[in-house]
Design a protein around this ligand. Structure first.
Ligand SMILES: [Ca+2]
Ligand SMILES: [Ca+2]
Length: 190
């Protein structure tokens, strides 16, 4: 009888100890890993800008992209036939950005008699909300008489949903060795 009483006391004690532990709420973030700098808040990942998904591993699609500047990093020294762009001096560089035939930007100044090997920067403020669309960038030699001459250009996309890392703030257009190349300084809105 005494043993039974002790057993009862012991069970009550154990029960009390167990229930005390059960009272503390489980950590809702236990076992949850948030990638790419994200942090867990109340069991849900709070992702850094540019990331989304349950564990912050998906690249978010920006709502807008602003092109802050366009730098001409390379231009062809001569025309395809070897002739110079202008009769007596260097080309006068103009940059144009378009979506299909809709011109979004054309520099209202040109770099007169550009020197081959130098880089030329145009400060821009082009805000694009159709972030996955195709754009065309063109380099022209501004001529006083006749049409401006096409020097080089590309069709490109600023963003696509296949990205697995954050889109770059310095966006290069034109592979190494190609006669014409650009670098865009861009910022993203989410
Ligand atoms: Ca010319
Ligand atoms: Ca010239």
């Amino acid at each position: 009888m005494r043993n039974a009483y002790l057993m009862l006391l012991l069970s009550v004690f154990l029960f009390a100890t167990c229930s005390k532990e059960d009272d503390s709420p489980p950590d809702p973030c236990e076992g949850i890993v948030c990638e790419n700098g994200g942090s867990c808040v109340n069991g849900v990942c709070d992702c850094l800008e540019g990331w989304e998904g349950a564990d912050c591993t998906e690249v978010a699609t920006p709502s807008a992209i602003t092109i802050n500047s366009i730098t001409v990093t390379r231009f062809p020294p001569t025309r395809d036939n070897g002739g110079s762009w202008d009769f007596t001096d260097g080309p006068d560089l103009i940059v144009r950005l378009a979506q299909l035939s809709n011109v979004l930007y054309e520099s209202d100044y040109f770099f007169e008699d550009a020197v081959f090997g130098e880089e030329y920067l145009y400060t821009t403020n082009i805000r694009i909300t159709d972030v996955q669309a195709e754009y065309v960038i063109t380099l022209l030699d501004s001529d006083t008489f006749g049409d401006d001459e096409f020097m080089g250009g590309y069709t490109f996309r600023l963003f696509n949903s296949q990205y697995t890392s954050l889109p770059p703030s310095k966006f290069s257009i034109g592979v190494e060795g190609s006669p014409t190349a650009f670098e865009l300084d861009v910022s993203y809105e989410y």
